[in-house]
Design a protein around this ligand. Structure first.
Ligand SMILES: [Zn+2]
Length: 401
């Protein structure tokens, strides 16, 4: 288990310093791409400003307050984020246990849910009203109530308006940290009440060091993941897990069949995604290889959220592979592959493709990912995707021959 939250040092130091000199603002908007450490930074700030012995706990949580903070049990620190309406205490406990185990953990439902307002009398744990209730009470153990709202661009409109009221008049002993990767998705009225702190993607070196430390990886493995993660720590962390490894192998097979114009194979894949089925042979192979994470079950998933999660992750992985093909095509000899072992395969595909057409592939993938997040039919949108990818490759073959 990681012993501490690993956030962005410069922001943590700055906010903790402002707190110590009595100059900390009341609400901040952390704005930066997905996987840029916003949440870890917010949780680390929350821990440090509530710690009674900050010198002893600077790097490792040593006191009772810090131990509660890192286990999501601190009474004065509260995290909310997108979650389905049915999310109850037990789901929340499971979520926090998983986040404690892996700070980059994201539940299957995260990418297609919204931050909900919650019931007026008995708000569910991850809703806006639950955090408003929390902020109404004086700090219980620490000095400052810290409310962390992940994916603030996913606040449903009623929820955003309810939240706006507390931003207009925040309690004096509260710190509100809103996190978002989509600036245009956060209401301007909310943005204007917050001080904005920009987050950039991790550099490859920072990311490799972070992954190595968090997951105890050897340097080569951490460096490969960091390169594939492209500055996104959440994605890089996820790529080491069995599901992503199965989807990576599957993604390679799919791209190969698309380039060989074996569209039937890709259509079967769309159907499998719709049904929540993974290729059995690949699951067995990856499970036998071992490595991080729980082995995958070789049976269909029933939950729609889980099917969506898989389809979105497959889109991300295909996006990574097409970006590699593009990199190889455009940079030629200067191209540095993310995974050297795949270099010959990538180069052979790149030879038959034009940059314009590869851009269209990448555009199709981005659109389909958004469609799946918007809850469109997985089988349908991925079938259209594979047809488009095949068509682009076919057009290149006819024009480049
Ligand atoms: Zn402490």
């Amino acid at each position: 288990m990681p012993s501490r939250f690993a956030g962005r040092r410069n922001v943590i130091d700055r906010l903790v310093h402002l707190y110590r000199i009595g100059d900390l603002g009341q609400s901040y908007l952390f704005l930066g791409p997905e996987g840029s450490g916003k949440e870890l930074t917010a949780l680390e700030v929350a821990r440090l400003i509530n710690c009674p012995t900050p010198d002893a706990c600077a790097d490792i949580p040593n006191c009772e307050s810090c131990l509660k903070a890192v286990t999501f049990q601190h009474p004065d620190i509260r995290w909310i984020g997108p979650a389905p309406a049915s999310t109850g205490e037990a789901d929340t406990t499971r979520l926090f246990a998983a986040k404690q185990e892996d700070p980059f953990h994201q539940p299957a439902w995260a990418s297609s849910s919204e931050v909900l307002i919650g019931d007026p009398d008995r708000p569910a744990p991850l809703t806006v009203r639950s955090i408003l209730q929390f902020l109404r009470v004086k700090p219980f153990q620490g000095t400052t109530k810290v409310a962390v709202v992940a994916d603030a661009h996913r606040l449903r409109s009623g929820a955003a308006n309810a939240f706006l009221k507390v931003l207009e008049e925040p309690p004096s002993d509260a710190l509100i940290l809103l996190l978002s990767s989509v600036r245009s998705g956060v209401l301007p009225t909310i943005q204007s009440r917050c001080q904005r702190i920009p987050f950039g993607p991790y550099t490859e070196q920072e990311l490799a060091a972070l992954l190595g430390e968090l997951y105890d990886l050897d340097a080569d493995h951490a460096a490969t993941l960091a390169r594939r993660g492209g500055g996104n720590a959440r994605r890089a962390a996820r790529l080491r897990l069995p599901l992503a490894r199965v989807l990576s192998a599957w993604g390679q097979q799919l791209i190969q069949s698309v380039h060989e114009d074996r569209c039937g194979t890709a259509m079967l894949a769309a159907e499998a995604l719709h049904k929540g089925v993974l290729p059995g042979g690949l699951v067995e192979r990856i499970n036998e290889d071992g490595g991080a994470g729980t082995p995958l079950r070789n049976s269909p998933v029933k939950e729609l959220a889980e099917k969506r999660e898989r389809a979105i992750l497959l889109c991300e992985i295909l996006h990574l592979i097409y970006s590699e093909i593009m990199g190889c095509r455009v940079r030629g000899d200067d191209w540095r592959p993310a995974q050297p072992a795949d270099a010959p395969w990538i180069a052979s595909l790149a030879a038959d493709r034009s940059p314009e057409s590869l851009l269209r592939d990448i555009g199709s993938l981005e659109r389909v990912r958004r469609d799946i997040e918007r809850n469109l039919n997985i089988g349908l949108v991925t079938a259209v995707l594979f047809q488009e990818l095949s068509r682009h490759a076919r057009e290149d073959r006819t024009t480049l021959v």
